[in-house]
Design a protein around this ligand. Sequence first.
Ligand code: CUA
Length: 333
Amino acid sequence: MISGPIPLFPEQASSISPEVDHLLYYLLAVTIFFTVLIFGAIFYFAVRYRRRSETGIPAPVHGSMALELTWTVIPAALTMVMFVWGASLYMKMQLPPEDALQVYVVGKQWMWKVQHMEGQREINELHIPVGRAVKLIMTSEDVIHSFYVPAFRTKQDVLPGRYTTEWFRPTKAGRYHLFCAEYCGTKHSGMVGWIEVMEPADYQAWLSGGRAMGSMAERGEKLFRDLACINCHHLADQGRCPNLVGIFGQNVQLSTGQAVKANEAYIRESILNPNAKVVAGFQPIMPTFQGLVTEEGVLQLVEYIKSLGQRPGGPPEGAAPRIPFSTSKPSTR
Ligand code: CUA
């Protein structure tokens, strides 16, 4: 790629990077071509049709259908190419593959906190294996941040109170910049870090370093006990609270008569704002856990509830929703 002493573009380090660059080259080529054409025409006409005498009267101009059609149809075709190309690339970047490795990210003034399902946790670093699709499930503890990895050509806002996702497939082992790309306060410019793309064997070795601290689901289970959720949500039988076994990914019938899919966003809301959606047949007796559990803790609880297995007839275990979680509209950025 174009690099060297003055790198014009960051390294291409994900499967999507070359595709994003090709679209950018097209946009640049179209833009440069028309900039030159229009400014060239302005100067040419300014000279060619300059006022030559005090009394000279220019010949009247008549319209030309052929000319009108030409400069309507050609730009329309060029912009349609931009639209179709851009939209299909956008969709590709929005929909993570089913087999993507899931990693949880919490943005916080002014750091990135990362949790791996196997138990590793890190701050301002993200270790991932080369060649494997990685899906980030992200939220913020405070204000809006944005997870931006130029070498992967990917950027996604990280919002408080919502989960957004971002995925990429690194193609080259190495160390790449991570930036926060949304102004988030005094030390926004310091909210940076590194993506470490490792060979799969090295990654496995690195990952096993976190096992001793317990997986996310195990931490979630501990929280589930520490916060006394278990006292009401018995997992063996139906208590005064819904049994959570196998609930993840299922449709839940609410007291309002509506149904909602038990995804990450629903579980998060049920922990922090329990009365927003009360399950049919239950009383709104659950207290809020707002302020008692961090966003990272909520994610551990989500992982724990996911790990509680599936009821017969449900989707396969661990199946992730294809569309970024449904309470959040797909971001338009
Ligand atoms: Cu976080 Cu800017």
